[in-house]
Design a protein around this ligand. Structure first.
Ligand SMILES: Cc1cc2nc3c(=O)[nH]c(=O)nc-3n(C[C@H](O)[C@H](O)[C@H](O)COP(=O)(O)O)c2cc1C
Length: 196
């Protein structure tokens, strides 16, 4: 069986990297120094035009429960038929990991750099956070969920109308063994271009 998140070499790591799951993510999470290191790595991404078209909102400690109150209230307004279990789940949405980093794309129209390229840079930021946290021995999952698309939840997080959530990155330590999933065969997606 392949050892997952094998940190013995950069290549071994990339070949065995596996996300954690918020369904089983507990303590410890990264401390302030480690979060700072993760963010230093996060911004080391390709960024056409050096526009830095992204920013972060960090949730840790009590902030995770505080935002959960807003999520639950909004959920109740959207789904009045749902019971207390469902509301409790929304209240605990950001409590599923010790540290949650929301990556916000600030991409917009630009004279030279297409917005699409700016958006892709924020995806690279999200993945770098997952890589950095995992390489440091934590587990991480790139999430989105309804709060990444709901205007009331977005406003509560602090996302402006001109911005978009690229990812909600949950970081902690897996409380259950990671299980890999079958990986696609890249050859099945490969076409060799030949001159017509
Ligand atoms: C933009 C984006 C949003 C995602 N949102 C969710 C989500 O809301 N819930 C979820 O379970 N997985 C979500 N995923 C998938 C997980 O991040 C990840 O792909 C999955 O845990 C498999 O792990 P792997 O990285 O080991 O393949 C999302 C992935 C991406 C790229």
């Amino acid at each position: 069986m392949t050892k997952l998140n094998d940190l013995s070499s950069p290549l071994a790591f990339l070949k065995t990297r596996k996300s954690g799951s918020v369904k089983a993510l507990g303590l410890p999470g990264p401390n302030p120094g480690e979060i700072s290191e993760i963010l230093d790595i996060a911004v080391r991404v390709p960024d056409h035009g050096k526009l830095t078209p992204w920013r972060f909102v960090l949730f840790e400690g009590a902030a995770r429960a505080d935002i959960g109150q807003v999520f639950a209230e909004r959920w109740k307004a959207l789904h009045p038929e749902h019971g207390e279990d469902s509301l409790a789940f929304q209240r605990g949405l950001f409590l599923r990991a010790p540290v949650v980093i929301v990556v916000i794309s600030t991409a917009g129209p630009h004279v030279k750099i297409p917005e699409w390229e700016q958006l892709m840079s924020s995806a690279a930021v999200c993945y770098n956070i997952v890589l950095a946290a995992t390489a440091m021995g934590f587990d991480a999952q790139w999430q989105s969920d309804w709060v990444a698309y709901d205007p009331v939840a977005l406003a509560a997080i602090g996302v402006k109308e001109s911005e978009r959530v690229a990812g909600i990155i949950c970081i902690g330590t897996a409380t259950a063994p990671l299980e890999d999933r079958p990986r696609p065969d890249p050859q099945a997606f490969l076409t060799r271009w030949v001159k017509a």
